[in-house]
Structures are given as structure tokens and as C-alpha cells.
Design a protein around this ligand. Structure first.
Ligand code: ADP
Ligand code: ZN
Length: 744
């Protein structure tokens, strides 16, 4: 009898522990064990799911415990992917086990090998092998008359909805013969496989063919495709004004990667805001696309994840977490709207998917394309430094011109809509044009203020005022969803008279309905788009011309192309300038430029009316003049003077807890320790704070922060590493690290 030598493995556990651990693999499990799988391990006096990172050569085996079980049949991750996750853990100074847990779809955690035996019984039918029926893509109308049931089936499949064989039987009774006949006639198609639910599946796709690229697009495409041919890491900025045809360049570049047998990963700020982009991908490439977005249930997300892992997917489109998608053979990674703040995760593992796209691209030797009309100042700086290749699309693809922007001084004007904007709206609607009204604030009034004691209504859990929503008759906290009936009484003094202050989208809608009673007005913000598909419905009413005016928040600035829009009105140009954030000028320039870009995309020229109290700020002036280069120069100067990126590296340490006193004390202790260690290590780091976070109180927690600024990333890392090893574990307090924070 020969004894197999025991294996030793390195694992990460999903706990806030920086280090990894070693375990012995008993010989009965050694064949099933592999890096990238999960194993069950004894940990202290409990059992934990751990992630196998590597089989290690030698280690001191004397004190090692044995693993209890192997939980996966197949590896969850490849070696390359594990390398990527190790990089993330190290860079963001976050425990690797937690990084791995973050990277997995939530649905998988219910899943063990024990239940994987039978595909059809996976997690309560989460992924079931069954039949679905679709109307055939080119669906010619029937030549011969169909039976009543067949005709009804056909009509049903024409509409959106559930179309599984089970659902069809539920509605129509036994209908297999009719479906077979429709299939023979080429009117419907059947899909028989493990069905992964896909919310976009039922969207009828019109086949879309590649457009002939214009000169600028062609130059960009040639550079990208030749970098694909080299099979090495090549990062680009695709800097193209709104409507310049960036998406067309992505599509053709991706087609090139697919021809090479490689795959594509596309990151977008938020899928529900970019239905047109998803639609165009489907129309161009048909199947083999996975869409990852926040509206998916855990089960759906897991389904998509497995389709990708199994190689059934060639293109993954998703919001920031899609950067973790288990896609192999990646040829190209696209980050659309690379300047968007939503690529940064705001809690736990505070990664930035835009930055990670470059890291993953480097590890896997792919082409990376960052696309934007208004790139980050730091991105433009990287181009200047030669770290990114520059591809420019300076003109709109359809030949339309950027709109002319006129400023309207709002001093002394009481209404939300100035007389000039009112007049222009009347004219636009009369001429059959469409208008977009932009205001980055939802709700009716910003908040209610007591007429007696002048106290604004504030959230009891967060340090913000409550937003008054007239239709819902509530004052609502936009951070924690706390809500009270409104107008109501003053919680401070009980007085009945509450006054409205400020203006939100709901207020603007109210005023517009009064001013333009004939116009068909839509409002789009997170209040009107919470229902499933409501977003798309609003957009399609605008697109098919059954609405005249669309009022909205930042949501309306994203990726839509309404050729009928000739007028854009901005209610308050300064709304986003006064944020306590080193990027507030940059965000203002970006959002204004994006809003302006909605005007005049069709044949008729566009016009923008910008209402402002004081439009002298360079962010507003440069946006008005479509002067991206000028903005970049001035903003770069501002960053240089104040010592912010790209001239400094930032890290923040956040301290939060439910006791204000404890949070205050701990933040003093932490700051003192950081100062002491910095002096000991002789590091050149500026330590700022502790200061209250921009939102001092959030969901009942008090939050303070310490900002670290340095010229060397390495210095920052050394200080934080040293601090982690010296700090006492915080009790009842959370202390988190944010590398490259974005709202400081
Ligand atoms: P962006 O992504 O830069 O905003 P899009 O790719 O959405 O721009 O293109 C804007 C519009 O121009 C779309 O309607 C698109 O179909 C059209 N378009 C893009 N490229 C071309 C081209 N080469 N020829 C004609 N139309 C084009
Ligand atoms: Zn709140």
C-alpha cells in the first residue's frame, strides 16, 4: 500500500484578515483540489469556505490542519484571474479573501458541489434546462392562414414577456403541434438548453450592419486593430465629442477581436441608462452577449456568470463589477464614458473599474480603449505623459454641429423658468421640435423650512435635508430612504407653516405644465424610473416623438441620441459646483458638456439656454465654448497648485461608528499614530484631518476621514502597511482604507 504524499495549499478566507493560510489536503481529496476552487476548512472553532490560491511546494507541515472538503467540481477562476485578484488585494490593501468574495456573483454562495450533481435541481430551479420559444428574427408574415391557437401563439410571442414552453402551456394548454408547425414555417424559433434569464432577450433586434467609417473613425480603428494584431497590452484614450461615433468604433474594433477568436469586455457606467448601447451590440452581434447590470437577481447574475465561465459568451457588457467577469481570451476591454464616477465602488472594496481595466489589460496583454467626450484630467495627463495612446474624433459623425450656448442671467427672476427659456420652449414645440430641460436635483423643492423657527427638515439618520416630493406627499432622504408625510408639521417647534426652498425636477415639471399647457411633458429621474422598464418606456416616448419636452436629472445626459431635440435648457449651471470635492469643477464641466451634447444631433441645428446666477467659473465658461483643451489647462493648474491628482497620490482612511464620541476619539488616535509612523519612517506625506466626511452622518453612522497625500505611491503604501500592523483592532468602529478616493 502506497501512501500518497499530502498536498499543502495556500488559501484565502473571506474575513477581514490581511494574510493567507496554509492547509493540508488529505490524499482522498488531493485529486479534486485545485487553485481557483473553494474548499471547506476548519478555522478556529468554526468552518469556513476558503479559496484555494495555489498548491505550495514546501511549508512547515507540523501545525497544519486538514481541509474538510472540496466545494467545487470546476475551477471558479483561472491562474491569470487569481493573479489579477492578488494584484487588487495588494493595491487596494484589502484582504484577498474579501476581494475574491466580492468578485463572485452573490448567487454562488448558496452553491456547493453537493447540489451541483443534478443540473436541473440547481438551487431551487435557478437554472433549469427547458425550452423557450421566440419569434424568428426576420419573421415574414404567414402565407397560409393559421389555426386560431397558432395565430394566438404567434401574437403572444410577438410581445415581450415570458415565453418558456411551460408558460406557453399554462396559457394555451397543449400547444406543441402548433409550435412545431410554426417552427416549420420559419415563424418561430426554439431554444433548448439551460436557460439563463436575460432581461434584454425579448427585445426585438433589427440586424444592424457596420457603417462606413469616416476618416477620423477609420484612423482610430486602424490603430486599435493593429494593436489587436500585436497581441500585447496597448491602452488608448478614444477622445470623441458627443455623437462623434465612438460606439461605432468600439463595435468594429470588437468585431476584429472576435474574428481573431478573442473576446471583448465592455464596461459602461450603468446599463439601465444605456439601453441604446446594449441594443446596438445585440443588433450587430446577435447572441453570445452577456449583460450584467444592477437589475439582475442573484440567480440571474449567477446564470450569466456561469455562461461566461463556460465560454458560451463572446462579449460581456456590464457596469463596474463586470471587470471581474470570468471571461477568457480577452482581446479588447472598452470603458465607455471613462470619466464617470460610478466606476468607483463606494464601499467595502473601493476599487475603480476604469483603473482595473488597465490593470487587467496589462496582465492579459489586451487592447484597452477608454472612451469619453470629456475625459478625466488625469487621463489627459496620462496621454501627455505618453502612457496612453490618443485617438481623436473631433467632429460629429452625422456632420451636425455642436450647439450654440446662450447664457441667461437669473438675478431677480423668481420662477424656475426664465422668460427667454419659456419663449424658446413655446417656439420649439410650435415648430414640432423637442426640448430637454436639465436640472440635477430631483423632488419638488430641495427641502422644506419651518416658517416659524426657520429650521429645515433634516434626516434623523444622515446629515442632509429631506427632499420634498409633492406627488408622493413625502419628505424623503435620498441617502437612506427615510420618509415622512409632507408637508406635515415642523419637527422642531410643531408649527404648521412649512415653506418650500430650492427647486427640483418635480417643481420644474409643475411650472412647465403651467407655462405650456399644450405640451406633452415627461420627467425622468430616479423617482419616475424605479419601475422595471419604465426608463425604456420614457425614452421610447421621446424617441418616437410622442413627447415634446423631457425634464430630467443627470440620467438624461447619458448615451441617448434623440435627433429631434433642438433645444436644451439648463435650469442652474452652478448646481454641481459647490460640492466639497476636489473634482467638482471637473464634474461640472463634464455634466454641462454632456447635456449640451444632447442638442442638435439631427439635421436641425441645436441651441442651448443656460440659466445661471454667476456663470464666470472656468468650468462653465469652457463648457459654453466647447473648450475642452482650455478646461484641461486651467484645471491642471488648479490641481498643481492645490496638490491633487495627477500631481499627488491620495489615500483616505475613513472612521465610522454609531457613537459620535467614539468616532471622534478613535480618529484622533489614528491620526496621531499615522503621524508618529510617518516621522519614524521619514516619509514625505501630508496628513490632513481628521475631518468630518462630506456626509458627516450617514444611515445612523458618524463618519470622519483622514486624507493622506504623497508624491510617491510607494510612500503611501509603506505608511498604511505599517499602520495596519501597529493599530489596535478597532472595537465597534469601522476603519477602512480608500486608495485613490474620488470625492475628497
Ligand atoms: P458616440 O458614441 O460618440 O456618442 P455614436 O457612435 O452613438 O456616437 O454615433 C452617433 C450617431 O452617428 C449615431 O446615430 C450613429 O449611428 C451615427 N454614426 C456613427 N458613425 C457613423 C458613420 N461612420 N457614418 C454615419 N453615421 C454614423
Ligand atoms: Zn437619511
Amino acid at each position: 500500500m502506497t501512501l500518497l504524499p499530502s498536498q499543502i495549499i495556500e488559501v484565502a478566507v473571506p474575513l477581514p484578515i490581511e494574510r493567507t493560510f496554509h492547509y493540508l489536503v488529505p490524499s482522498r481529496l488531493s485529486e479534486a483540489t485545485a487553485p481557483g476552487k473553494r474548499v471547506l476548512v476548519p478555522f478556529g472553532n468554526r468552518r469556513l469556505t476558503a479559496y484555494v490560491l495555489a498548491i505550495v511546494e514546501t511549508a512547515d507541515t507540523t501545525k497544519l490542519k486538514e481541509i474538510l472538503d472540496v466545494l467545487d467540481d470546476e475551477e471558479l477562476w483561472t491562474k491569470k484571474e487569481l493573479e489579477f485578484f492578488r494584484w487588487i488585494a495588494s493595491y487596494y490593501m484589502h484582504p484577498l479573501g474579501e476581494v475574491l468574495r466580492t468578485a463572485l456573483p452573490a448567487g454562488i454562495n448558496l452553491q456547493t458541489r453537493k447540489s451541483q450533481g443534478n443540473e436541473d435541481e440547481l438551487s431551487g430551479g435557478r437554472s433549469v434546462r427547458h425550452e423557450t420559444w421566440f419569434r424568428a428574427g426576420n419573421g415574414t408574415e404567414p402565407q397560409r392562414t393559421l389555426g386560431t391557437k397558432a395565430a394566438a401563439l404567434l401574437e403572444f410571442l410577438r410581445q415581450d414577456g415570458v415565453n418558456s414552453a411551460a408558460e406557453l402551456r399554462r396559457r394555451f394548454g397543449q400547444c406543441t403541434p402548433q409550435l412545431k408547425r410554426l417552427e416549420e414555417l420559419g415563424l418561430v424559433e426554439r431554444e433548448q438548453r439551460e436557460v439563463y434569464r436575460d432581461p434584454f432577450r425579448n427585445e426585438a433586434s433589427v440586424r444592424d450592419i457596420p457603417r462606413v467609417l469616416n476618416q477620423h473613425q477609420q484612423t482610430a480603428f486602424v490603430q486599435i486593430s493593429s494593436s489587436l494584431d500585436r497581441h500585447e497590452f496597448s491602452p488608448f484614450l478614444l477622445h470623441g465629442v458627443t455623437g462623434s461615433g465612438k460606439t461605432e468604433v468600439y463595435l468594429q474594433a470588437i468585431a476584429h477581436a472576435l474574428e481573431q477568436g478573442r473576446n471583448a469586455l465592455v464596461l459602461v457606467p450603468e446599463i439601465s441608462l444605456t439601453p441604446q448601447l446594449v441594443y446596438r451590440f445585440r443588433a450587430r452581434f446577435g447572441g453570445g452577449i452577456a449583460i450584467l447590470h444592477s437589475g439582475l437577481s442573484d440567480g440571474e447574475r449567477y446564470d450569466e456568470w456561469r455562461r461566461i465561465r463556460r465560454g458560451l459568451v463572446r462579449i460581456v457588457i456590464g457596469a463596474r463589477s463586470a471587470i471581474f467577469a470570468p471571461l477568457e481570451q480577452i482581446g479588447i476591454i472598452v470603458v465607455d464614458e471613462e470619466h464617470e464616477a460610478s466606476f468607483k465602488q463606494a464601499d467595502n472594496l473601493r476599487y475603480n473599474a476604469r483603473d482595473l481595466a488597465l490593470v487587467r489589460g496589462q496582465l492579459e496583454g489586451t487592447t484597452v480603449v477608454l472612451g469619453s467626450a470629456t475625459p478625466l484630467v488625469t487621463t489627459l495627463y496620462a496621454v501627455e505623459q505618453g502612457r496612453l495612446g490618443l485617438l481623436e474624433l473631433p467632429t460629429r459623425a452625422g456632420g451636425s454641429r455642436l450647439p450654440v450656448v446662450e447664457t441667461i442671467a437669473m438675478q431677480g427672476i423668481k420662477s424656475t423658468i426664465s422668460p427667454q427659456l419659456h419663449q424658446s420652449l413655446v417656439e420649439t414645440v410650435a415648430e414640432g421640435g423637442q426640448a430637454i430641460i436639465f436640472l440635477n436635483r430631483r423632488g419638488f423643492a430641495t427641502f422644506l423650512v419651518c416658517g416659524e423657527c426657520s429650521q429645515p427638515l433634516t434626516c434623523p439618520n444622515c446629515s442632509v435635508t429631506l427632499t420634498y416630493h409633492r406627488q408622493r406627499r413625502q419628505s424623503v432622504c435620498h441617502y437612506c430612504d427615510y420618509a415622512v408625510p409632507a408637508p406635515g408639521t415642523c419637527p422642531s417647534c410643531g408649527a404648521l407653516e412649512l415653506k418650500e426652498l430650492g427647486a427640483g425636477t418635480e417643481r420644474v415639471e409643475h411650472d412647465l405644465v403651467e407655462l405650456l399647457p399644450q405640451a406633452r411633458i415627461l420627467r425622468m429621474d430616479s423617482d419616475t424610473t424605479s419601475g422595471k422598464g419604465s426608463h425604456n418606456r420614457l425614452l421610447s416616448r421621446m424617441a418616437d416623438g410622442s413627447a415634446d419636452i423631457l425634464i430630467g436629472t443627470q440620467m438624461i445626459t447619458k448615451g441617448h441620441d434623440f435627433p429631434g431635440v433642438t433645444l436644451v435648457g439648463v435650469i442652474s449651471a452652478e448646481a454641481s459646483l459647490n460640492m466639497p470635492d476636489f473634482r467638482s469643477s471637473e464634474r461640472t464641466f463634464q455634466v454641462l458638456s454632456q447635456v449640451f451634447g444632447r442638442a442638435g444631433r439631427g439635421d436641425a441645428p441645436g441651441r442651448v439656454l443656460l440659466q445661471a446666477l454667476n456663470p464666470t467659473h472656468y468650468a462653465i465658461q469652457c463648457a459654453i465654448n466647447h473648450d475642452g483643451a482650455g478646461f484641461y489647462q486651467q484645471e491642471l493648474e488648479f490641481r498643481r497648485e492645490t496638490g491633487y491628482p495627477p500631481f499627488a497620490f491620495l489615500a483616505a482612511i475613513g472612521i465610522s461608528g454609531t457613537s459620535e464620541q467614539n468616532v471622534g476619539q478613535r480618529s484622533e488616535v489614528t491620526t496621531a499614530l499615522l503621524l508618529q509612523l510617518k516621522n519614524k519612517l521619514k516619509l514625505r506625506i501630508e496628513i490632513l484631518g481628521p475631518a468630518p466626511a462630506p456626509l458627516y452622518r450617514l444611515r445612523g453612522r458618524f463618519r470622519r476621514q483622514i486624507l493622506l497625500k504623497a508624491h510617491s505611491r510607494n510612500d503611501l503604501r509603506r505608511l498604511i502597511t505599517d499602520w495596519l500592523s501597529h493599530r489596535t483592532p478597532p472595537a465597534a468602529i469601522r476603519e477602512m482604507i480608500d486608495i485613490d478616493p474620488v470625492d475628497m
